[in-house]
Design a protein around this ligand. Structure first.
Ligand code: PLP
Length: 305
């Protein structure tokens, strides 16, 4: 005798549909007077803890659908952290081996999270940065050690945001979004969300946040010309604004204490830009991406005890 059961989701089906929350204190009285609302999209609520769960699932599933990969294969990726954790989770769900190449100076929580999902880690010298890690992963692929999904050049990365992040923002703001702000790493988030939102309303302003020269913000980079991600679509980003590490770290602490939003440094950098934008405008609905959660940064000392 069989009983009918509720349609329980798998862990993969819990990726996306993240909350969009209104900031209550940090925007201040000026934004209330100017009738601006600032909304954070909480990507840390994804199952592996960051915005990267979306492209990781998208890259795996679509490669599998095309017959490029099949369960049991070994995949390789150079990653500064969040993508690696997300790919390690998806590899565990779908039954693949995952080799992750990352600079040795990324936080210990990131490394431990990847290992927890069963991925193999290869640490590269901090002095070589992500560029060295990317070259190293390429060499592994050339040596026949596995296949690279290539988050920097893979169209299935922005596609995840065209099909999920963009529509969620449009629906949750009931089409009222006027400005979208995202930190830029692979640029998959900003490019994909922009494609969707600008198709809905070409006037929506898309603004990227990158670290100032000399500043280090985990997960995002001001790429040298030869390493600019292939998926980056210049025309889809209206403006890039630069943020100092100190300003981003300070804002990360404020977000936790004043808003109860405990997030990473790049997300806080995006909010620094959002506040700058908000100063000059009125009647705006400004959305910024909260890429991940703050507990991923505890060992870095940004949130002192
Ligand atoms: C902490 C963090 N912030 C921002 C980003 C940027 O996202 P995207 O790669 O879609 O540009 C990343 C990317 O890995 C990240 O790890």
């Amino acid at each position: 005798m069989s009983t009918s059961r509720p349609n329980y989701p798998t862990i993969a089906q819990t990726v996306g549909h993240t909350p969009l929350v209104r900031l209550q204190r940090i925007p201040g009285a000026g934004n209330v007077e100017r009738n601006n609302v600032i909304l954070g999209k909480l990507e840390g609520n994804n199952p592996a803890g960051s915005v990267k769960d979306r492209p990781a699932l998208s890259m795996f599933m679509r490669a599998e659908e095309r017959g490029d990969i099949s369960p049991g294969d070994t995949l390789i990726e150079a990653t500064s952290g969040n993508t690696g954790i997300a790919l390690a989770m998806v590899a565990a769900i779908l039954g693949y081996k995952m080799i992750l190449v990352m600079p040795e100076n990324q936080s210990i929580e990131r490394r431990q999270s990847m290992s927890a999902y069963g991925a193999e880690l290869i640490l590269t010298p901090a002095t070589g940065g992500m560029e060295y890690a990317r070259d190293y992963a390429e060499q592994l692929q050339k040596d026949g050690k596995g296949k690279i999904l290539d988050q920097f050049g893979n169209k299935d990365n922005p596609k995840a945001h065209i099909e999920s992040t963009g529509p969620e923002i449009w629906e949750d703001t009931q089409g009222q979004v006027t400005h979208f702000i995202s930190a830029m790493g692979t640029t998959g988030t900003i490019t994909g969300v922009s494609v969707y939102l600008k198709e809905k309303n070409a006037n929506i302003q898309i603004i990227g946040a990158q670290p100032e020269d000399g500043s280090q913000i985990p997960g995002i980079r001001k790429w040298s010309p030869e390493y600019i991600p292939k998926i980056y679509a210049d025309a889809k980003v209206d403006r890039i604004e630069y943020v100092s590490q100190a300003a981003a770290e300070d804002m990360a602490r404020r977000l936790a204490r004043e808003e109860g939003i405990f997030c990473g440094i790049s997300a806080a950098g995006a909010l620094v830009v959002a506040l700058r934008v908000a100063e000059r405008i009125e009647n705006a609905t400004i959305v910024f991406i909260v890429c991940d959660r703050g507990d991923r940064y505890l060992s870095t000392g940004v949130f002192p005890a």
